[in-house]
Write a protein that binds this ligand. Structure first.
Ligand code: ADP
Length: 500
């Protein structure tokens, strides 16, 4: 038993990755699934397509590593969070497409609930503001709008799950005894979990009119939930780790101690700071969430700063402006000038997330002169990523009274060395990229491996984490202050934008 298999069920694709004992990637299978946009603001996935892709990528990963189930000690699952799937337990048939985390169709339900107590009415209990982003209003929407769903629930036949739960249930037998469970990290993104007791909270269920019977059991992030059913290539292999994607990346970065953090640069950015064994309720626009719970042992909480647009701004330069032909070209273009020539981009395409949470903001390119060209725009795009990160790092420092002293980074954009230097300059602290960049899948593998004794404990995992490269700040305090003031000035000009 020399390997762990991690399933990474992401927003655009599903991957199976085989890791060895040193945390090295041995093989990978990957399949994309369809993005379904029935209306503006609606985003759906076909949950059965995701399940079929999962089975296929498992086969590909095993074949590419030239191994069988006998070589796999355990399976770990990580997943896109908040995405809601509801299905009939008797058949495994979903009653509706999965409603994806990005979907904003439930804003009306949010407004209705917020009219009594505001968007922070559940924050003390759940760590979250009321928002369409989290699972609860998505479940409520299905129960209210899909014919027959409420009746199925009343009869006890309906099951809800985020993608981790959906895969676990199917892998462990589906209608024939499938395990209906989730882990604390995924549960903490629903708006239904009590952060202190780590269980579903009856008042929250009644506020959203969601019956307890449809909910999975809340388990830890690292324990044996069940074994894979007999017709699978992985039959009898224990499933032993579950973590939502950002928490898994944090775990894969070995950010186990209070004050440890990581920042993931993908489509958007996600900063997560481990706050130790007590939840810290943010006063500065961050979310409070569970970082992990290992078996019956320790629970760690985290603060999270989500930024909506970072890597997707680079995609926008490529697809909408056409000033680059691939994402990596942005770096050469940005390096062709010494500075952005006064240009600032605030990419508030769909409002601003953390720490502002301003749905009324809209994107702007400012400071243009006759001198400005595409090189300055490329540079300003990268600077906007660094400055948005600076704002969430500052918010975290204000919430915890413990400044981040070094930022561990991962995600697609960290291939951009210029951006990493800008980030260090914007923050005034070192930025560190790990040798194993697959932190999300690795975190799920770590959780599963710990539960079956493949790894002995957190100290051993900490030793597997290795630095690839480090960037030290080259800016002065005065320069950093000036950059921040210019940025804040620009952000202020994107607010209160008249909506069409
Ligand atoms: P996700 O997991 O959200 O799909 P990834 O971690 O795969 O995202 O990162 C992809 C994002 O990174 C894309 O939005 C892309 O524009 C951006 N990206 C990839 N390479 C670079 C680069 N060299 N410089 C800047 N941005 C990049």
């Amino acid at each position: 038993m020399t390997y762990i298999l991690a399933l990474d069920q992401g927003t655009t694709s599903t991957r199976a990755i085989v890791f060895d004992h040193a945390g090295g990637r041995v093989s990978v299978g990957q399949l994309e699934h369809r993005q379904i946009f029935p209306q503006a603001g609606w985003v759906e996935h076909d949950a059965l397509e995701i399940w079929h892709n999962t089975q296929e990528v498992i086969g590909v990963a095993l074949a590419r590593a030239d191994i069988t189930r006998h070589d796999i000690a355990a399976v770990g699952i990580t997943n896109q969070r908040e995405t809601a799937i509801l299905w009939d337990r008797r058949t495994g048939t979903p009653v509706h497409n999965a409603i994806v985390w990005q979907d904003t169709r439930t804003q009306e339900i949010v407004d209705r609930l917020a009219s009594d107590g505001g968007v922070d009415r559940f924050r003390a209990r759940t760590g979250l503001p009321l928002a369409a982003y989290f699972s609860a209003t998505k479940i409520a929407w299905v129960l209210e709008n899909v014919p027959g769903a409420r009746e199925l629930a009343d009869e006890g036949h309906l099951a809800f799950g985020t993608p981790d739960t959906w895969l676990l249930w199917n892998l462990t037998g589906g209608p024939e005894g499938g395990v209906h469970a989730t882990d604390v990290t995924n549960a903490s993104r629903t708006l239904l979990l009590d952060l202190e007791t780590l269980d579903w909270r009856p008042e929250l269920l009644s506020a959203f009119d969601i019956p307890a019977s449809i909910l999975p059991e809340v388990r830890s992030s690292s324990e044996i939930y069940g074994t894979v059913e007999s017709s699978s290539l992985l039959r009898e292999v224990p499933i032993a780790g579950i973590m939502g994607d950002q928490q898994a990346a944090t775990f894969g970065q070995a950010a186990f101690a209070r004050g440890d953090s990581k920042n993931t640069y993908g489509t958007g950015n996600f900063l997560v700071i481990n706050t130790g064994d007590t939840p810290v309720i943010s006063r500065n626009g961050l979310l409070t969430t569970v970082a992990y719970r290992l078996g019956s042992g320790e629970t760690a909480y985290a603060l999270e700063g989500s930024i909506a647009v970072t890597g997707s701004l680079v995609q926008w330069l490529r697809d909408n402006l056409g000033i680059i032909s691939s994402a990596s070209e942005v770096e050469d273009l940005a390096l062709a000038v010494d500075d952005a020539g006064g240009v600032i981009i605030v990419p508030a395409f769909s409002g601003l997330f953390a720490p502002h949470w301003r749905p009324d903001a809209r994107g702007a390119i400012m400071g243009l002169t006759r001198f400005s060209d595409r090189r300055h725009i490329a540079r300003a795009a990268l600077e906007s990523v660094a400055m948005q990160t600076r704002e969430v790092v500052d918010a975290a420092a204000a919430d915890t009274d413990a400044p981040i002293t070094e930022l561990r980074v991962d995600g697609g954009m960290v291939a951009n060395d210029t951006l990493m230097q800008m980030q260090s300059d914007a923050l005034g602290i070192p930025v560190v990229r790990p040798a194993i960049a697959e932190t999300t899948a690795l975190g799920a593998a770590f959780a599963a491996g710990l539960a079956v004794g493949f790894w002995s404990g957190l100290p051993e995992l900490s030793e597997l984490w290795q630095e690839d490269r480090r960037w030290e700040p080259r800016s002065s305090e005065a320069e950093r202050t000036r950059m921040l003031e210019r940025w804040q000035n620009a952000v202020a000009r994107t607010l209160d934008w008249p909506q069409e």
